[in-house]
Design a protein. Structure first.
Length: 380
């Protein structure tokens, strides 16, 4: 049994996702699915003759689970239902915590904003038709974030159950799910060798650490200019961070009506040219960073990301009262390192079919029932 298992950056629905959702069957996807199972089995300490079911107290889905920026809603939903109905047959989570990222932020908007009276759910409409109404309703929300310790359940909101079923399938009761944005604070834990679970664990997708929002350079400045009503990120509180980034995220990663998006290509062009940008997308990776052997993160990435402000806004200034184990994704550059004794970083990488690494690999993060945190490298 695992206390917690964390996955991120599946990008289900996109052509570069590790699972081809358009041709779902075991034979065509087993090369990706079997390594995922092996990685979870390693974290759970299973042996070859053990039962394949893996009970998990908390499954944390750490953003960009669905590709809702370049794939259509239906393609992402189809891939999601296929994948999670397979996953939940052997992974038995007591609770599913979903923290959306930049490519699936609109899921959080659908979760928080009630559909128009008498109208269909947001996700069943043509995005071009409902985007103005949804944006206006979301802009009026206060707060736009959840409490970092208490993510939101269905809680009597009638549209949330169908939303979950549409993307995750129906194997789990909707009451199992919780959504939190932009941060979730999980169970106390510690890496091997530490006693008494001294670290608090913090989970966030990572795009709010990104220099694209926090410290924009020339090309990110151009992109900010192309996105209306955006400003540089204010990370003084989680609510201010969301208010100063959601319009930009929404403008660039809103579901299209086709499987291609000129915005994504412009974003990739920006990543290619912006020196020192931490988001090394596999399509444009050109050796900007020295990719170190896992589990060591590249120093360039840790220098470029704004971990401390996110921690301070999450715990309201109590940054150094307890050491923090910080888990994120977003950059597709998995690994782990200690920035200092009181701050340990774990990046869960991404499950992408066209990464430049050979062999392809990513990472799974877990906490066992004794509170020991561990990351395993998975080759697929």
């Amino acid at each position: 049994m695992l206390e917690l298992l964390c996955l991120s950056d599946l990008h289900l629905g996109e052509t570069y996702s590790f699972v081809d959702g358009s041709r779902w069957d075991w034979e065509s996807n087993q090369r990706a699915l079997e390594p995922l199972y092996r990685g979870v089995a390693m974290l759970a300490g299973l042996k070859s003759d053990d039962e394949p079911q893996v009970p998990v107290q908390q499954l944390v889905l750490l953003g960009d689970i669905f590709e809702l920026g370049t794939a259509t809603i239906e393609r992402a939903a189809e891939a999601g239902k296929n994948f999670f109905e397979w996953l939940f047959q052997w992974l038995r989570p007591h609770r599913v915590i979903y923290v959306p990222g930049n490519h699936d932020h609109v899921f959080w908007m659908w979760w928080r904003v009630q559909p128009l009276e008498g109208g269909p759910p947001w996700w069943e409409c043509d995005p071009a038709d409902v985007e103005p109404d949804l944006s206006e309703a979301y802009a009026a929300l206060a707060p736009k974030t959840s409490h970092p310790f208490y993510p939101e359940g269905v809680q009597g909101n009638a549209w949330r159950g169908p939303l979950l079923s549409h993307f995750f399938g129906k194997l789990l009761d909707p009451k199992v799910y919780r959504l939190g944005y932009p941060v979730y604070v999980g169970p106390d834990c510690g890496p091997p060798g530490y006693r008494d679970r001294p670290f608090r664990s913090l989970y966030t997708h990572g795009h709010m650490n990104d220099s694209l929002f926090v410290n924009p350079g020339l090309f990110s400045g151009v992109m900010h200019g192309l996105a209306p009503n955006t400003e540089d990120a204010d990370l003084s509180t989680l609510e201010r961070a969301e208010e100063t980034t959601w319009r930009f995220t929404h403008h660039w990663w809103y579901p299209p009506t086709t499987d291609s998006s000129w915005k994504e290509w412009l974003y990739l062009f920006y990543v290619k040219l912006e020196k020192g940008h931490p988001c090394v997308h596999p399509w444009v990776f050109a050796g900007k960073f020295t990719r170190e052997t896992a589990p060591e993160l590249g120093r360039a990435e840790t220098d470029a990301l704004d971990f401390y402000n996110v921690i301070e806004s999450t715990f309201e200034g109590e940054t150094f009262l307890r050491p923090t184990l910080y888990v994120y994704g977003h950059t597709h550059n998995g690994g782990a390192m200690a920035v200092e004794p009181s701050l340990l970083l774990y990046n869960t990488g991404g499950w992408l079919s066209n990464v430049t690494d050979r062999p392809k690999h990513t990472h799974l993060f877990g906490i066992d029932t004794n509170g020991v945190a561990e990351m395993v490298r998975v080759t697929y």
